[in-house]
Design a protein. Sequence first.
Length: 266
Amino acid sequence: MLVLLPPSEGKAAGGSGAPLEPKTLSLPGLAPARAAVLEELVELCAADEVKAREVLGLSEGLRGEVAKNAELRSAPARPAGETYTGVLYDALGLAALPAAARSLAEDALLVFSGLWGAVRITDRIPSYRCSMGVRLPGLGALGAYWRGPLAEVLPEAAGEGLVLDLRSSAYASAWKPKGEVAGRTATVRVLHAQVVDGVEKRSVVSHFNKATKGRLVRDLLLSGSVPGAPGELVAALRDLGYVVEAEPPAKPGKAWSLDVVVTRIH
């Protein structure tokens, strides 16, 4: 099972660990592309704070993120599972997982990134600011830039089991499973169901969408369940108490679409 996650805008400070060692990152086939993005990002942020803030879409209050990016090569690094914070990662609660669930998480979770392409939660990275929606002056839009490198590397990383895609749209644009891999991929949408004047109405949630996805992954990890295909995932989630509506693809080689329906958002 491979679980595709978005990163978080907020990140924990690097602490006092050793700096980044690019050669130690997983998915080594992404190394040349990572080096190119890192070089341009560092140079941009070191040379012109105003332009860097414009390119990165940062407000005046976030100008410190530019200085932090300029020092990425020497900044302290920590495991990506500790670096990424925010609603999804709070709900996922990696630090509190028991050993067996933690081991499964290290094998299954893959976090997408505008800077790194994709990393495992054990990869040591510094805190940074560079979303997939950024357009760097030299490399262009990062979503498009990463499509080639990720298409070369991720089919092998996907193995032969389920691909559970929980990414937001910006990160999903960087790699779309195709062919046989797409056929064993499931995407998840979280819907909030509530009764209004006797009629059930559903809406797509945002903030709580992230929390639900984090809890969903956590529950799968704690259960020890490793579904091998989308249909098995539907059964596993229902066994865990989730209300899941599944839409198998009309044609082979297309991803499944799953709706997880919640009546409370928290």
